[in-house]
Design a binder for this molecule. Structure first.
Ligand code: 6GU
Length: 227
């Protein structure tokens, strides 16, 4: 799978994409991630990427020309163009899975103040937000999308089963988990987990997941697949 990310702040991506599972997935060739500076698609002396909104109002908007030029250079028939914006529908596990099935994502990182509407009209296939709060720009949000999608690619994480079982993939939050030692500062690992009875363990895990979901996120039990 390939990502092309268009941003005013390419350095924001250096850390997140160069650690752990993302780093390994890149090195293994499961994913190619290219980060582009939108200023490189300007042609004026001051490399201007934003301007005042028509009709007045506070803040600056991203100009259409650099974004169009960059997207048109990278776009292929199989590309999906995604705009990061707090006005988009929220990222969910189902949406991450849908993205993981696409060969090429072009991700446009917006200012929080916004982008010229013609970018949406003519270029963008999908908008995405990562939650109901405002970030200074879309770069961190795009890094979240890349992370959530890349870990779903076959071979990205050691135990394929963990992508299937983890919170949200099952529609439930994961329940409590323990590792050694069996007793720590007087706190004991539940007996059932030490019993070696795989059937009972599976039953306990499932019940704990249900209970935790009911207590913390009853909205997840309402059942529909959240795209
Ligand atoms: Cl995609 N962008 C910004 N600026 N803020 C956000 C967001 C995106 N998602 C949640 N908050």
């Amino acid at each position: 799978m390939e990502f092309d990310i268009l941003t005013l702040f390419p350095r924001i991506f250096a850390g997140p994409l160069d650690e752990s599972i993302l780093k390994r997935a890149r090195e293994a060739g499961l994913v190619q991630i290219r980060v582009h500076n939108l200023r490189d698609f300007t042609h004026d002396k001051h490399r201007v990427v934003d301007d005042k909104p028509y009709g007045g109002g506070p803040g600056m908007l991203m100009k259409p020309e650099p974004i169009f030029e960059a997207v048109e250079k990278m776009q292929r028939p199989d590309s999906c163009v995604v705009l990061m914006t707090p006005q988009g529908p929220p990222l969910t596990q189902a949406r991450a899975q849908a993205f993981a099935g696409k060969p090429h994502l072009i991700i446009i990182c917006g200012h929080y103040e916004g982008v010229d509407e013609r970018v949406r009209e003519a270029l963008v296939d999908e908008e995405v937000s990562i939650g109901d709060y405002v970030l200074t720009n879309g770069a961190l949000a795009a890094a979240v999308v890349v992370d959530a999608v890349t870990r779903l690619l076959p071979g990205a994480i050691g135990h394929e089963q963990s992508a299937v079982d983890d919170s949200f993939a099952t529609g439930l939050l994961e329940g409590p988990q323990y590792t050694r030692p069996p007793e720590f500062r007087g706190m004991k690992v539940p007996d059932v987990l030490l019993s070696g009875n795989h059937g009972e363990v599976a039953k306990w895990n499932k019940e704990q997941a249900r209970q935790r979901t009911r207590q913390r996120r009853p909205d997840l039990l309402e059942g529909e697949d959240k795209l």
